[in-house]
Write a new protein. Structure first.
Length: 223
């Protein structure tokens, strides 16, 4: 039974790796195209600094977000996810700001650090696999306002609502937490893929790296 389980695990890992990588004979032109698009979509402006704009809500993206990983664990494109979060913030009359965090791949740290840079003191952290947290600058990293750990269960509609809730926290309103359906089968179904994606994310972590300001790709006038 032990040998069978080990063989099954090896087979699962092998299949996940194959699904994440395209065939060798097709990979070159497709990868180059995606990387070129990501550079435009996530254009770096420079080191991120503290802002005093109280209408500002920061969205912290993880190191591999749109760089070496382009979709969440359930197949949503990072472009779509980010667009929905920013739209939710704007719908509440607040101003979104995008910051890439290179110092950590931990969603709690990402959210907490960008909250410290935002004028409102509210930040959203998002990992490449899609896990999200809404954070506040005065909270400890492992505490938060709202946490969405089951990335496979998150939809574009939920991401938009996350943006709206973050903006409402920034305005000091009483906020109704978002209810996400709990699927007990999510963890065993996605745990291998989640581990592989997190490993790929962590490979880009630079403990001495900067917080990088990213141009809003959906703002009028942006390239």
């Amino acid at each position: 039974m032990v040998e069978m389980n080990e063989q099954l695990i090896r087979e699962i890992v092998s299949r996940v790796l194959q699904a994440m990588d395209e065939p060798k004979d097709e990979v070159q032109p497709k990868q180059l195209k995606v990387l070129d698009e990501s550079k435009v979509l996530f254009k770096e402006i420079g080191p991120a600094k503290y802002s005093s704009d109280i209408k500002e809500v920061a969205v912290g993206i993880a190191p591999a977000f749109g760089v070496t990983i382009h979709k969440t664990i359930n197949g949503l494109s990072h472009e779509q996810v980010l667009k929905e979060i920013l739209a939710g913030i704007e719908e509440e009359g607040m101003t979104p700001r995008i910051i890439r965090v290179t110092k950590s791949s931990d969603v709690a740290f990402i959210g907490n650090q960008v909250a410290k840079l935002a004028g409102s003191g509210i930040g959203i952290g998002i990992q490449s696999k899609g896990t999200v947290v809404i954070h506040q600058k005065n909270l400890y990293p492992l505490t938060n306002l709202e946490l969405f750990p089951q990335a496979p269960s998150l939809t574009l509609e939920i991401y938009r609502q996350i943006g709206k809730n973050a903006a409402r926290y920034a305005k000091g309103e009483v906020v109704k937490p978002i209810v996400v359906p709990n699927d007990i089968y999510v963890r065993p179904k996605y745990q291998v893929k989640a581990a592989l994606m997190h490993t790929k994310e962590t490979e880009l972590v630079d403990r001495n790296g900067d917080y990088i300001e990213i141009e809003n790709p959906f703002k009028k006038g942006s390239v």
